[in-house]
Design a protein around this ligand. Structure first.
Ligand SMILES: [Zn+2]
Length: 65
């Protein structure tokens, strides 16, 4: 896992599913846009990744303003 304990975090919200496949993020520079990201394997090799905009976090229920 990466460490996001920076003084100014670019991540406004972040949740990860238990199997680490799904991630729900809101970036500080794109506030109010919550997205669900899926990543499987290495996207540069045989894996893939995709992104879906969502209204709330399916893991903790967090909502954008
Ligand atoms: Zn969440």
């Amino acid at each position: 896992m990466e460490n996001y304990e920076e003084i100014i975090s670019p991540i406004q919200h972040e949740c990860t599913s238990k199997d680490y496949t799904w991630k729900c993020v809101e970036y500080a520079w794109q506030i109010r846009r919550l997205r669900l990201q899926i990543q499987s394997g290495d996207p540069y090799e045989d894996g893939y990744s995709a992104e879906i905009d969502v209204k709330f976090c399916p893991f903790c229920g967090y909502k954008t303003i």
